[in-house]
Design a protein around this ligand. Structure first.
Ligand code: NIG
Ligand code: FE
Length: 410
């Protein structure tokens, strides 16, 4: 056998049930393991001592280090211009959220800055955030539109997302979120705006800029009927759907997204038992966004145990955005999923690998270390996998590969 790259003497958290993940072996761990890469795919996996006769262009001995699937951030608003630290400061100086909004703050201020930014300015503003995520072993990321809210500005955001993926050699999934908020020019005319959202979607899809469709279902955003309209257009185009659901109240959005066989319901602090059952039946992932929960000082916990009991898979993501989660740390989200939501470190890692891949419809290629899967792998200077959740703010990444290519080496 010939390999492009062969990694030997690693401990591998495969997250693969063929190696006991979900059964008798936490993290599907193989100790003193080897992994071979050929043409961007994993082609051999097992104990180093069991390696078949081979030649290899590149052999890397990583004695004592840990390999995991490269991390996947399945819910971000990473492309935006401006920031809202001024609002953060105003609120801490006693100005109310409503007053901030009246002064042109909130989502609308990010929309204004994003519309005003050129393609290059928007790209440059987004690069440091993406670099931060890569520095934590992320090589697959979902990026949403939703701060443009007109055809050209939504296109600009999605095109920046696409270019980031090409330039950094990682996988970027582009999600159309024009139904994020009502732009100022449609104030008080939500239905008319939703008609526009439905009109723009086929146009941007035809330009190759849309992989999935999202919306914000909430009292302060769009109702079930309006979201259904957008989802029906997505369905007619064969696009998968997902939803910002049950973040501030129980609107039944998670049940709606499940009825469309949606990829995920995200936030879900106010998720009901009824909708948990629907999600379990449709295989819709529950995406947890603990940094947004923390930033908003939310106290209502998502129903973690009920999702476990029902067999709803849970993902963990940054929700990187300038309003509710100004974070570019997926490892911090994993830590908070444990400390705030009581996920186990193993569930937290599944949430940024196996289940995050499922939330993006990429389960057949990514999210675990398995023969035939993309060689998206992260090498860590850690003692055991729980360190990824336990440590706060330490740089533990040694190296990360995307489809067999080195993206970053420390
Ligand atoms: O995921 N919930 C809606 N959207 C974002 C926040 C957007 C903003 O405040 O800019 C979120 O939390
Ligand atoms: Fe979000």
């Amino acid at each position: 056998m010939h390999f492009d790259t062969l990694i030997i003497n690693a401990h591998i958290a495969t997250m693969n049930n063929e190696f006991g993940y979900g059964n008798n072996t936490p993290y599907g761990t193989i100790t003193d393991a080897a992994m071979a890469i050929q043409d961007g795919k994993i082609v051999w996996l097992g104990k180093t001592v069991n390696l078949p006769k081979h030649t290899a262009d590149n052999v890397i001995d990583v004695t004592g280090q840990w390999l995991t699937p490269a991390l996947i951030d399945c819910h971000t608003h990473l492309v935006y211009a401006g920031n809202r630290s001024n609002e953060f400061e105003m609120r801490l100086n006693g100005v109310s959220y409503e007053e901030v909004a009246r002064q042109g703050g909130g989502i609308v201020s990010t929309v204004k800055a994003t519309r005003e930014a050129s393609f290059d300015e928007l790209y440059q503003a987004s690069v440091p955030r993406l670099k931060d995520l890569i520095s934590q072993g992320v090589t697959t990321i979902e990026i949403k539109s939703g701060y443009g809210l007109d055809l050209d500005s939504e296109r600009k955001m999605l095109a920046v997302a696409k270019k980031l993926g090409e330039d950094f050699g990682i996988t970027v999934r582009k999600t159309y979120l024009a139904a994020h908020a009502t732009p100022p020019e449609y104030k008080g005319q939500n239905d008319a705006y939703i008609d526009k959202v439905c009109e723009w979607l086929p146009i941007l899809h035809a330009e190759g800029l849309v992989d999935a469709v999202d919306a914000f279902c909430e009292n302060i955003a769009f109702n079930l009927e309006q979201v259904s309209k957008v989802f029906n257009v997505a369905k007619s185009l064969g696009l998968p759907v997902k939803l910002h659901a049950e973040q501030l109240s129980d609107m039944g959005g998670s049940g709606l997204v499940a009825s469309f066989d949606g990829l995920s319901a995200d936030h879900i602090e106010y998720l009901s038992m009824k909708d948990i059952d629907k999600m379990a039946k449709s295989g819709t992932v529950g995406v947890l966004l603990p940094t947004a929960f923390y930033t908003l000082r939310e106290t209502k916990l998502p129903p973690i145990q009920a999702m476990r009991d029902a067999g709803v898979n849970m993902a963990v993501s940054t929700d990187c955005n300038p309003g509710t989660s100004p974070s570019t740390s997926l490892l911090l989200a994993m830590n908070m999923a444990c400390t705030l939501f009581r996920l186990t470190p193993e569930e937290s890692l599944a949430g940024t690998t196996l289940h995050a891949a499922q939330a993006l419809g990429l389960s057949e290629h990514k999210g675990k270390i398995a023969v035939g899967y993309d060689a998206d792998i992260a090498l860590w200077n850690i003692t055991r996998p729980a360190d990824l959740c336990y440590l706060i703010g330490q740089s533990v990444l040694a190296q990360v590969w995307h489809q067999g290519q080195v993206v970053l080496k420390n």
